[in-house]
Write a protein of this length. Sequence first.
Length: 257
Amino acid sequence: MKAWTGALLLAFGTAAAQPIPSPAGVSLDQRIGKPLPLTTQVRDARGHAAHLSDFFAARTPVLLVLGYYRCPQLCGLVMHSLLEGLHRTGLPAAQWRIVGLSLAPDEGPEDAARRSEQDLAYARWLQDGGVLPRLDLLVAAPDDVHRIADAAGLRYAPRDDGISHPATVVLLTPEGRVARYFNGVGLDAPQLRDALVQAREGRLGTWSERLALLCSHLDPGRGRHTGAVMAALRLTGIAALALWAALAWRQSRRRQR
């Protein structure tokens, strides 16, 4: 009983800890099942006009990366982490597609082209002569970017030296519906593989996966859960410990009888 009491006190102490505050106006709200506005006009790295729907095809899930191309650190880490995770899944590159979209209103196709060269160079190094992934980096008018980001549940804010935004990858079904989120860097390859297979079939994230992302907020500078999500996880832990203690007490009472 002392061990259970100590565990409960530890859980309550952790829950009382001060969360890391998120920058104002920056958050990520899960929108599982919500369709993206695929008719939105975009431009690719060569400056060619297109619609977002042009980058979706039957039985090909899309991994959407929202960031900005002049980002000095985090955006590149997120993309390279995604490329590494995809490489470790062992899935052929034809079974998925990466689409990036700049959140910065002053970035154009030339910025997308420069970033694309860097990302493809990293992919080439990972593949070591294998088939390169389909990677399209796009730009769009500010209102159109906001419309896409809002549909994905992402809120971002300008700052003096760039854009504050959650570090996340949005997995979309071939029809353009939000299937799942991958937050931060260091993706789990088996988990990513399973999610891609499910999304390819049009299946969305499971109930437990949605619960894990409930009220998901990230520290844009670290790619880590902060604020509400940490509180939710702590409360879940407290509930689990309380249930464990109740079951143990009930079992102890039965023994006494």
